[in-house]
Design a protein. Structure first.
Length: 347
């Protein structure tokens, strides 16, 4: 005898409940890895701190040497690493899901290059440093993103058009950066190259405070807009049929994704590949379902793990974190292309 509709409804409900439990379990596991890596970055390394001493320092005790290293070096560095990982990860997931392309991350479609060109111009042409460089990077990312959107929106923004326009801008910005570096003196060029690599070495509480303030606004906005993101992933026509205001939603998501990437870049430079890596890895962990939260956690894992390796893999040398994350990008791209071709999705 055929099963009744209520039975089928109960079966569907059980499947959804099981998926929710699986998602919550995996999110909790990745969040646990983030906590462990955060603790490792703060407590271990070239200067180790015991947990009792760390708690005493947080409680206000002054331990000669340890208090300064923890409060002014290790802790702000770990906090900024965590925050930029979340910001880059969520930004990449927004673009990749909205444009339905795993290559559509801010560091590929020109937004990070816009920030880099603006920051390098400030360093080379005006001798900027510190906050001025961060502000220039923020402005550059927003201006380039706006230009990409305006040029690609003719007849409605199509994903492939925005990506192609973004890649074109990335090429122009890269050429501008190369020109500026070759036209300046060695000391200024070295400062610019150091910033371009993406580094947490200059982390401080001022940058952390600005980043926290930005994410307090941007993270809830991303969560709210993610409802329309699920519709946009099905295509413009399907999204419109589901009641999604396609252009308004895309513009809101574009602004939020750009702002997340821009503030993260302003805090630590264009740390390579985080936005590119986080979204696809998060999808794999959740059986190919999109999740901004998981992408943000994966981004934090990558940054914290890479920064610990960068600071400790070579004795006496602290590499920029972007050197390590950048090294992960090329093999991941090859793996992504290989798995896409096996599924029949390759070009």
């Amino acid at each position: 005898m055929p099963r009744s509709s209520p039975d089928r409804g109960e079966g569907l409900g059980a499947i959804r409940a099981r998926r929710r439990r699986t998602t919550a379990t995996r999110l909790g596991a990745v969040a646990g890895v983030v906590v462990v890596l955060f603790a490792v970055n703060v407590l271990l390394g070239t200067y180790t701190v015991t947990i009792p001493d760390f708690l005493r320092i947080l409680g206000g005790a002054d331990i000669p040497g340890a208090s300064f290293i923890v409060l002014e070096n290790k802790l702000p560095r770990a906090v900024i690493g965590l925050l930029i990982g979340v910001a880059f990860g969520m930004s990449g997931a927004v673009f990749q899901t909205m444009l339905r392309n795993p290559l559509a991350s801010p560091d590929i479609i020109g937004i990070s290059y816009g920030a880099s060109a603006s920051a390098v111009a400030a360093i080379v042409l005006f001798g900027a440093a510190g906050t001025a460089v961060s502000l220039s990077a923020l402005i550059g990312a927003v201006v380039v993103a706006a230009a990409i959107y305006l040029i690609s929106r003719r007849g409605g923004v199509a994903g492939y058009r925005l990506i192609l326009v973004g890649i074109g801008f990335a090429a122009v910005m890269h050429a501008l950066v190369s020109f500026l570096i070759t036209r300046t003196d060695l000391r200024t060029a070295s400062e610019a190259v150091l910033w371009l690599n993406g580094s947490l070495n200059s982390s401080n509480w001022d940058r952390a405070t600005v980043l926290v303030a930005a994410l307090v606004v941007l993270l809830p906005a991303a969560v709210i807009l993610s409802r329309s993101l699920q519709g946009l992933e099905l295509g413009d026509d399907a999204a419109a049929g589901l009641g999604v205001r396609v252009e308004a939603s895309r513009l809101g998501l574009l602004f939020t994704g750009v702002a997340l990437a821009a503030f993260a870049t302003a805090a630590a430079g264009p740390v390579a590949s985080i936005a590119f890596l986080s979204g696809p890895i998060a999808r794999r962990l959740l059986d190919h379902r999109p999740s901004l939260g998981m992408a943000g956690l994966v981004g934090a894992v990558i940054v914290l793990g890479a920064d610990f390796a960068a600071a400790n893999v070579l004795p006496g040398t602290s590499l920029p974190v972007g050197v390590v994350t950048g090294a992960l990008g090329a093999p991941f791209l090859l793996w992504l292309l290989a798995t896409a071709n096996r599924r029949g999705q390759g070009g």
